[in-house]
Design a protein around this ligand. Structure first.
Ligand SMILES: Nc1nc2c(c(=O)[nH]1)N[C@H]1C(S)=C(S)[C@@H](COP(=O)(O)O)O[C@H]1N2
Ligand SMILES: [Mo]
Length: 357
């Protein structure tokens, strides 16, 4: 395994691992070997020189293109973007009631500089059919459902998003070729959407008038109201997760840490179109505004704030606000759902503040 020991491994087959929070907050751009890995099946081992991407469906022409063809036909584009799993922070939701899925802490997220071509350029080159409304992205990996059904990884995104300038077909990650576990030789990067739409090991791209009917699109990655369970879910009525909500996480100090009384530096990340992040040490009675570090609209926000801590057991809470004035729910139970998606309640860290001698 090429991955670093700075990852927490949840499963080996398929490989699922998240970045330690202190590692995440160390660097605005996450290193390739430290970037979380989410896989539903085995990692395909592909030969970059033999690789071909097939493009077709409701297009004027169908094409089969090598990476060299893509480089020759379209201008190279680079986007600094965060990718985050829709199940990031799921572990916290399971404390309310059990949820199904990997019990991610808050490290199923990372930020990288992606290099490739615009999906829009490729689609326009092929000629977008009148009836096309979705772009279906298909991977080369075969996966299993919880009940052991085989399926090929495939999802779709609305055509309007596919035509947005930030959506890439990427071969580069932080100036290097993609690692096998991140989609070598070519993956989609759909900034702003849940990680599930950023398909790795792309086999084909099809224009369609319908969304994909494959398992990850039709029977997973949807949100239901709290009373709905695995047994009662009608998947055609769930809300498809594309855009991610505003969220904020405390990376440093870690939960359970000992902190000296007096001024303490608290740091973390936030996602969404963040305009404000703030910290409370008194269960939300008062909030102190954090300083934000931002690099473009598709990357996460880093925040930092120094607050005075009095001795004793303290609970720190963070929340962010977005440009539309929306913020995060106070309680995990507020948006609990049986699959544990989009967990964005105030992120809490309990610390013991020790008096100075
Ligand atoms: N082909 C394929 N693409 C995939 C997946 C997968 O299992 N197969 N997992 C998706 C999910 S759910 C996430 S969160 C991201 C994770 O990307 P990463 O492993 O590069 O961090 O890849 C997405 N693309
Ligand atoms: Mo994911």
């Amino acid at each position: 395994m090429a991955k670093s020991d700075r990852l927490i491994v949840h499963s080996v087959r398929p490989l699922n691992a998240e970045t330690r929070l202190d590692v995440l907050r160390d660097s605005f751009v996450t290193q390739n070997t430290e970037f979380y890995v989410r896989g539903h099946g085995a990692i395909p081992r592909l030969d970059g020189a033999q690789y071909r991407l097939v493009v077709g469906g409701m297009a004027d022409r169908s094409l089969s293109l090598s990476i060299a063809d893509l480089r020759a036909l379209f201008p190279e584009q680079t986007v600094l973007a965060t990718i985050q799993c829709a199940g990031n922070r799921r572990g916290e939701m399971s404390r309310i009631r059990p949820v199904s899925g990997i019990a991610w802490s808050a490290g199923a997220i990372g930020c990288a500089e992606w290099t490739g071509i615009r999906l829009a350029d490729l689609l326009r080159h092929c000629g977008i059919g009148q009836a096309a409304a979705y772009v279906i992205l298909r991977g080369l990996d075969d996966c299993d459902t919880e009940t052991g059904e085989r399926y090929r990884y495939e999802v779709s995104i609305p055509l309007a998003k596919a035509l947005a300038g930030e959506v890439l077909l990427a071969w580069g990650m932080n100036g290097k070729a993609l690692l096998p576990e991140h989609g070598f030789p070519l993956r989609a990067v759909v900034p702003g959407f849940a990680g599930v739409r950023s398909v790795k090991w792309l086999e084909s791209i099809r224009l369609s008038d319908q969304p994909s009917d494959a398992y990850p699109q039709a029977r997973d990655y949807k949100v239901f109201p709290p009373p709905v369970t695995k047994e009662t879910a009608n998947w055609s009525r769930g809300r498809t997760i594309d855009e991610m909500p505003v969220n904020a996480v405390i990376c440093d100090p870690r939960d359970g840490a000992e902190v000296a009384a007096g001024p303490a530096l608290i740091r973390g990340y936030a996602t969404g179109q963040v305009v404000r992040a703030e910290l409370s040490a008194d269960r939300g009675a008062s909030w102190t505004q954090a300083v934000l570090e931002q690099r473009g609209v598709w990357a996460w926000t880093f925040w930092a704030v120094t607050i005075n801590l009095a001795p004793g057991a303290r609970e720190l809470a963070v929340r962010a606000w977005d440009a539309a004035g929306q913020t995060q729910p106070a309680e995990i139970g507020d948006n609990w759902n049986f699959r544990g998606y989009l967990c964005n309640a105030w992120h809490l860290v309990r610390v013991t503040v020790t008096s100075r001698r």
